[in-house]
Design a protein around this ligand. Sequence first.
Ligand code: 5GP
Ligand code: ZN
Length: 108
Amino acid sequence: MCIFCNIVDGKIPNQTVAQNEDFLAFNDISPLAKIHILIIPKKHISSFNEVSPQTMANMTTFIQEIVEKLDIKDNGYRLITNIGKQGGQEVEHLHFHLLAGEQLGKII
Ligand code: 5GP
Ligand code: ZN
């Protein structure tokens, strides 16, 4: 079982930011910004390559709710999903990094 599935199952502790039946948001263990949250589907999906448009639509709504809850909409934030080896993906369970809370350096 993958590390994020173990987090969903409560076998590895996490600092939960928000959750619903289908998605979980929790603090990254090695934050790269003042706010660094990982957003995942509770069901195992390996990467963006495998996600359905319907799940992605529901995940979008969940992410937008977190943005509202954290009140970061106006100041701005960054969403990243790494995909595969050359994309730098280390955990093979779809996740979006939500980075915020300070001025982020340009990466692209
Ligand atoms: P990736 O490199 O796959 O895009 O991102 C994986 C992220 O998962 C990294 O930012 C890493 O810090 C985070 N991470 C890895 N293991 C754990 C863990 O056990 N708990 C939490 N909260 N984050 C983790
Ligand atoms: Zn998994």
